[in-house]
Design a protein around this ligand. Structure first.
Ligand SMILES: Nc1ncnc2c1ncn2[C@@H]1O[C@H](COP(=O)(O)OP(=O)(O)OP(=O)(O)O)[C@@H](O)[C@H]1O
Ligand SMILES: O=P(O)(O)OC[C@H]1O[C@H](OP(=O)(O)OP(=O)(O)O)[C@H](O)[C@@H]1O
Ligand SMILES: O=C(O)c1cccnc1
Length: 461
């Protein structure tokens, strides 16, 4: 297609929107993530001599196009929502404007990055929300679908709220906290559990988090851990003591273990749990009164196994020739899949108490006034029309590339986590629920709504 665009419409500019249609797990919001990787990809985009040779051998590309790729000069403008922002169906998360041959080339990679990282950040947000301020360590690399999914998934999990990761490469690359305990192999490798704990105590006296479920949590693991904690106490060390339980009934075992540790005088010893955890198990064990200080969460988080696809799409919404912008539409039998035409802007609407009341999509070319009517984009809402009133409009997109040059400084990952928590806290609490959340209101201006209706009529047969 890029070859064809280059030959047939070399002067035409295209506008593409990247957005998704459905929130995974029937949740109330998606946490947008992946922008840092999008930036890195666009900044480094080029075609090597061997790439060009390979493409030439396929015998389907014009020489002029291959020369253009060989000297690839990225010329696009890119706007994006900031990473960590809670976002909603049909909102333009990324808008790319540039020569059609270039904007089209980016489709698959941009979707790959944003769909993956936003999916994992969204799942992490659900898990961390029910953990109620207890740290959640990301433990998933061993079960991630490939090395990239592990590395970038760990970053996304931290954006969604995880306290750190057992993936040390990800920690190094993205400034995350590397976290972890010990595996059963440590205990198995010694003649006894007791010997294994004693050896660990010698290696890491100030980080003594002992895995207690290799043989029997209550009869062996916890009593042996207490023996070690007593020895450390005699040595004057009483910090960072703890146990990890990785099997069995979490509620029963943590309550009994807590009792044993407290009775032995180790109220400060922490209890970490792991074992195929997800938001449902965590919510359940906490409701049952389990005694837990932190969680290690792996496979269900890193694969978002309960609903493992964020169905983001990248659609042509306008073209531009000789300075004139022409909106474009793709029709479908379902309203859901009919695109929203035009070069658009996205705003969050805040009331006087700085609470987010909804989002507003409008055309770039229009000026939104306080007296404007706005229309709920959800056809099922009975209260369809609203006035903007004194709501404050905050633009959600920032310009990231201008004519191919990077003009945006991406924040550190931990700053994104803080920003995300704050932005989520501004939303109506009814939209944050895990089950049956309220649908957050996304509005259109009348110009955008009318343009879409007019184009649906124009192109309907
Ligand atoms: N009280 C609980 N309520 C809900 N789910 C729990 C509870 N306790 C444990 N679970 C979850 O139940 C699932 C299975 O736990 P189970 O007790 O069968 O451990 P297991 O995997 O069989 O242990 P092992 O590692 O010894 O094979 C896990 O996902 C675990 O997190
Ligand atoms: O269960 P997850 O959420 O993925 O959390 C990570 C799991 O990985 C480790 O177990 P391991 O891979 O050794 O397997 P096992 O404990 O199931 O035997 C660890 O002890 C956790 O149980
Ligand atoms: O450090 C741990 O305890 C750990 C890390 C990854 C996966 N499972 C456990």
């Amino acid at each position: 297609m890029a070859n064809g665009f280059f030959r047939e419409q070399p002067e035409k500019i295209g506008y593409f929107d990247l957005y998704f249609r459905k929130i995974p797990d029937k949740g109330g919001l998606v946490v947008y993530a992946g922008l840092a990787q999008v930036i890195k990809y666009l900044n480094e985009l080029h075609f090597s001599n061997s790439d060009i040779e390979y493409l030439k051998d396929l015998n389907i590309f014009d020489d002029a196009f291959l020369k253009y790729l060989g000297n690839f000069d990225f010329k696009c403008d890119v706007w994006s929502v900031e990473e960590g922002t809670p976002v909603f169906p049909n909102e333009p998360l990324v808008t790319v404007r540039g020569p059609l041959a270039q904007v089209q080339l980016l489709e698959t990679m941009l979707l790959n990055i944003v769909n993956h990282e936003s999916l994992i950040a969204t799942k992490a947000r659900r898990i961390c929300m029910v953990a109620r301020n207890r740290p959640v360590m990301e433990f998933g690399s061993r079960r991630a679908q490939g090395a990239d999914a592990a590395t970038y998934g760990a970053r996304a999990a931290v954006i969604g709220g995880c306290s750190g990761t057992a993936n040390v490469l990800s920690a190094k690359l993205f400034g995350l906290k590397p976290l972890g305990t010990m595996a059963h192999s440590w205990i198995q490798s010694f003649p006894s559990e007791r010997a294994a704990f004693e050896a660990w105590m010698k290696v890491y006296p100030h980080n003594c988090l002992l895995l207690v479920d290799t043989y029997d949590v209550l009869k062996s693991g916890v009593p042996n851990a207490i023996r070690i904690f007593k020895k450390l106490k005699e040595m004057g060390i009483n910090d960072h003591l703890g146990i990890r339980i990785d099997s069995g009934d979490i509620t029963v075992l943590t309550q009994k273990a807590r009792n044993m540790l407290d009775k032995a005088g180790f109220k400060n010893a922490t209890i970490t749990v792991s074992n195929a955890l997800d938001e449902d198990v965590i919510q359940n064990v906490l409701e049952e009164g389990a005694s837990i200080d932190s969680f290690g969460v792996g496979e269900k988080l890193i694969t978002a196994s309960s609903d493992p696809v964020l169905s983001g799409v990248y659609k042509l919404v306008a073209t531009q020739e000789k300075g004139v912008v022409t909106p474009k539409i793709k029709l479908s039998n379902t309203v859901e899949k009919t695109t929203i035409p035009g070069f658009k802007r996205l705003y969050r609407l805040y009331d006087e108490e700085k609470r987010a009341r909804g989002d507003l999509m409008c055309l770039d070319s229009e000026a939104v006034k306080e007296s404007s009517n706005i229309y709920n984009s959800d056809p099922n809402k009975t209260q369809h029309v609203k006035q903007l009133h004194s709501w404050q409009l905050k633009p959600l997109q920032v310009q990231v590339f201008k004519e191919g040059k990077l003009i945006y400084q991406a924040p550190e990952t931990m700053e994104i986590q803080t920003f995300s928590k704050k932005a989520i806290a501004e939303l109506p609490t009814s939209c944050l629920r895990l089950k049956n959340p309220d649908i957050y209101d996304v509005y259109w201006t009348s110009q955008l709504k009318d343009l879409r209706l007019k184009m649906i009529e124009e192109f309907s047969y």
